[in-house]
Design a protein around this ligand. Structure first.
Ligand code: ATP
Ligand code: MG
Length: 452
């Protein structure tokens, strides 16, 4: 084991033991200790009833928000620790939280309510394990297995379907065969799970190292909350650029993207509009004209349905919309795109294009990948040299334009836009004299026109 039990957690276990109660670390932290990964939170379970726990920590700050479910949160050196009385759960009528909980006298009953064997291991102060469901062996084998009868467990709580896929993707584990079958069979339980909770699991899953495998092995689960994926999963594309069908291409594109939620969502959805745009020419080659716009529309709908925040949704939609944009490695063009999208989105678009290429016939796209590198270098150079990209970067402003004799009003903005356009295209340099010269010229020609 590479990580030690945190001192704060140690003191809490000791305090409960000293008062005569059983107390164990449990769940994610024990699993992560056994995996050799540093735990991010330390859950504790105990035989003490909530009010007994509170009495043990009368001298500490205690947060009572979880009291109804038997949880007392104790702050130890600023770090919160959840201490939960051994309990079982009643039915999940809304698949969000149990209708009620029952406190039980022994640890094993508490472990039995937990979702997967790897999450149903307890560890005492000395490091001794209580592992009635074989979680340690499953961790060693890299297996996700339900505690108890899998179908029953997924029917109790549909979120577990997504949790199984999420843990598989994040840890690079496989889902044990019977649990996997039950995942498929009970995927419709997700209909009863709040969109926000599916969203949270999906985001973690997509940045996991096994995200591609989860998409490959469980497309039916993803289609359950995003039915729009269905036609993409079965899409064939007979096209020299594509060595795979729509779904396998999408999976490679997701895997080829950096581990960032926005980029991975963009890759998952970038071709979602292809099935609706498919046509086959006289040579039997498939085309998907106009698919980026259709993909963007569908992506917008899907991200809304899953309650993504505006910022993520808007950015993903933007990237999907432009994923196929022509982007020759010329400074003029790069300046325009930098101006249009802003640097952050522009560099994300380059990542999207790179990942999209990773999902295509590799010998065909080598040149394009090199070109993307060139574009990135040029863009970085443009930004480093602080070249003019937006109105605010122009060497003149509205006051200069008015001082040059343009009447206040919309004409001032038009002149500035005209200047920016010419600077971006390289027609005139972003220098004050050159710009003022152009304004004077514009004004004269404009007045002549007025005179006509
Ligand atoms: P992580 O915090 O790393 O995402 P975790 O396993 O700690 O993983 P939590 O949601 O923090 O996940 O839950 C803590 C523990 O509670 C789990 O390890 C598991 O034992 C139990 N648990 C959580 N959610 C469920 C559920 N939906 N059904 C059954 N048990 C659950
Ligand atoms: Mg946790």
């Amino acid at each position: 084991m590479n990580f030690e039990i945190l001192d704060g957690a140690r003191r809490i276990l000791q305090t409960l033991n000293n008062a005569g109660y059983e107390a164990y670390l449990v769940g994610g932290c024990v699993r992560d200790l056994l995996r050799g990964v540093e735990p991010h939170d330390w859950d504790i379970c105990t035989s003490a009833l909530p009010e007994e726990t509170e009495r043990c920590f009368a001298d500490r700050r205690v947060i009572e928000t979880g009291l109804k479910h038997g949880t007392v949160t104790v702050l130890e050196e600023g770090q919160p620790y959840e201490i939960t009385t051994y309990r079982t759960e009643g039915p999940y009528s809304d698949s969000r939280r149990p209708d009620f909980v029952c406190f039980v006298p022994n640890l094993e009953e508490d472990l039995a309510r937990r979702d997967f064997t790897m999450n149903a291991i307890a560890m005492d102060l000395q490091g001794n394990l209580q592992d009635p469901f074989g979680g340690v062996d499953d961790i060693k084998a890299g297996l996700i297995r339900c505690v108890g009868e899998p179908g029953h467990r997924f029917q109790e709580d549909g979120l577990r379907v997504m949790r199984a896929l999420r843990f598989a993707a994040v840890f690079g584990y496989e889902i044990e065969e019977q649990t996997a079958q039950a995942v498929h069979e009970n995927r419709a339980m997700l209909d009863r799970v709040a969109a926000e909770r599916i969203n949270a699991e999906l985001c973690k899953l997509l940045v996991g190292k096994g995200a591609g495998n989860a998409l490959r092995q469980y497309p039916d689960v993803f289609c359950q909350f995003w039915p729009q994926l269905g036609p993409l999963v079965t899409l064939e594309q007979n096209n020299p650029w594509h060595c795979w069908g729509g779904w396998e291409h999408t999976i490679h594109a997701v895997e080829g993207a950096p581990t960032d939620v926005t980029l991975r969502l963009a890759m998952l959805l970038h071709d979602i509009g292809k099935p609706a745009c498919k046509s086959t020419d006289e040579n039997g080659i498939d085309h998907f004209y106009g698919h980026p716009a259709v993909s963007a529309q569908l992506a917008e709908q899907m991200l809304r349905a899953l309650k993504f925040d505006n910022k993520t949704r808007e950015r993903v939609v933007l990237l999907v919309e432009h994923h196929d944009a022509q982007l020759p490695p010329r400074s003029q063009v790069i300046r325009r795109w930098l101006n249009r999208l802003g640097p952050e989105a522009f560099f994300q678009l380059l990542e999207v294009k790179r990942a999209d290429n990773m999902g295509q016939t590799l010998e065909k796209v080598r040149g394009r990948l090199a070109e993307l590198e060139e574009i990135r270098d040029k863009a970085e150079q443009i930004l480093a040299e602080d070249q003019c990209l937006a109105l605010k970067d122009l060497a003149v402003d509205g006051r200069d334009v008015m001082a040059a004799g343009i009447a206040p009003g919309p004409a001032v903005g038009q002149v500035l836009e005209g200047l920016l356009e010419r600077v971006l295209s390289g027609e005139i340099p972003n220098e004050r004299d050159a710009l003022l010269n152009w304004i004077a010229h514009y004004k004269n020609s404009g007045q002549k026109q007025d005179a006509n």
